[in-house]
Design a protein around this ligand. Sequence first.
Ligand SMILES: [Zn+2]
Length: 420
Amino acid sequence: MKSTIGWKTSVIGITAAALVVTSFVAAQSKNEVSAASKQAKNVILFVGDGMGTAQRDAIRLATVGEKGQLAMDAMPYVGLIHTGSTVPVTDSAASATAYASGVKTYNGAIGMDANKKSVKTIFEYVKAMGKSTGLVTTSQITDATPAAFASHVEDRAKQSDIALQYLTKTKVDVLLGGGEDFWFPAGQAGAFKDEPVEDPSEKSKGTQGNLVDKAKSLGYTYVKTKADMQKAKGGKLLGLFANEEMFQQRPEGEGDLYNPIVPLPDMTKKALDTLSTNKKGFFLMVEEEATDEMAHNNNAKLTIKAGQELDKSVQIAKNFAKSHPDTLVLVLADHETGGFSIEEVDANDESGDAISKEDGPFQIANSKQNFVVDWTTSGHTAVDVPVTVMGTGAELFSGVYENTGIFTRLAQAMGVKLPK
Ligand SMILES: [Zn+2]
């Protein structure tokens, strides 16, 4: 509106200087108007679970070295997030509830506030706008981080309830990850056999019947291998690729394994291909879980390996955003895990014992130098985590703010109308 007045003023302006000034003002306010009205049609949110600043640095040093840049770092905007829940040290459930619904809640809560009242999630808001939704993770697809975007339960352990809500309440279009044990009742092994050698504690334990059959009856294509996933057609896709996590989280040399049968970048690519058929757009959440669970085991080698897979997935999203410029891409963590630090190789500097002894040395890529990783805990910490952002609305995310601020900024970027 201001620009119209500006132009009229310029027409009746007398001196050339006045004309230049008013034209400049007009052009500027026109840009402001178009920036404000431009909304992100698509959002791709990456969560490196437990991936604090130091983890990101270690992944960078090991992958591209001191002069290189990770895909997750080569973004124009950065913010810093305070991660506390109703207590200083959050878990993944409360953190994801803060991101998805904008409330601080108790650890273990999924889509519920501190009074155990359901809170609407960003997935539910965008679904009402006609957009599609997708969840991708190397964890159980019903684990805390994905769960808080698309379900409401008092306790994160209720994973079969969460799965049922995905299918019948929030109707998530794309579900790719592990955790088939919660989709099949005891006695029905599913695609991955019960009590496998790599972890004999894993077996079907669903409490809501056969939810894979239920998904198929609701129109989902169900896949259990990478080849089947890549061939799958249609807008509703369920892929379950492990009994539990798609890796085995253990300390180094104790049966630790990070080699998902469908790598995170492939799941990310398929999710984008499937969701982008919706002309109204989509919201995709992609989580790498091993950055947290390997850090709980103070296993730096596989924390870094998992982070490298996350970074490859981010590159796929960035390629998508290049050809779909109305897309917002974010990379953040829900909290830091392990009190991870990067140190010089020095035999006289050792702060821990047992699993929290230093790990490494790791080579800094493209150099002859090394670093070691040390740990202060096998739990989570309360330090801030960074968010790097690119695309439509990315500028909203710079600054230092609470985890609940991610929700309000996402809503603003996508033009979600929040209740007053
Ligand atoms: Zn954790």
